[in-house]
Design a binder for this molecule. Sequence first.
Ligand code: HEC
Length: 127
Amino acid sequence: MIRLSLALTALGMASAALAQTSPPAGSPRLPAAASSAAAPGRAALPERPRQLGLCVACHGEDGRSRAVGTPHIGGQDEAYLRSSLLAYRDGSRRAVAMNGISNALQPADIDALARWYAAQPGFGKEP
Ligand code: HEC
């Protein structure tokens, strides 16, 4: 019985703590202009890369693969994405799907694409 009441007390404390973290009723909402820039609870994405259209058929806009055998790249480490693209471009990493397409990319495009995909939610968890 003592155990049960201890547990109930702990539960009460936990829910009180939870209640404190949620915003008080009537707290000001974000202005519409600020919230339209990004989905709620997500950091604003970097500028949309001008060459993103070259990638979406296989990797999707968010880096979740659309095709069998194509890796998910959303949420991947930015420096890794950049070095992979540079390696496909200079031929030191070989993959039919990627060598041709990365030839069309300027270094600034590679930076923008690496930044974009790295900023997406990872594929292991819901956005
Ligand atoms: C025709 C489909 C296709 C298109 C279009 C495509 N990719 Fe890929 N991508 C692949 C495949 C397949 C691989 C795996 C290649 C390998 O085995 O190295 C890959 C690998 C990658 C990797 C390495 C991932 C890792 O985990 O090592 C990156 C980064 C990448 N792609 C970025 C891009 C970007 C950026 C674009 C647009 C410029 C693009 N891809 C366009 C199919 C595609």
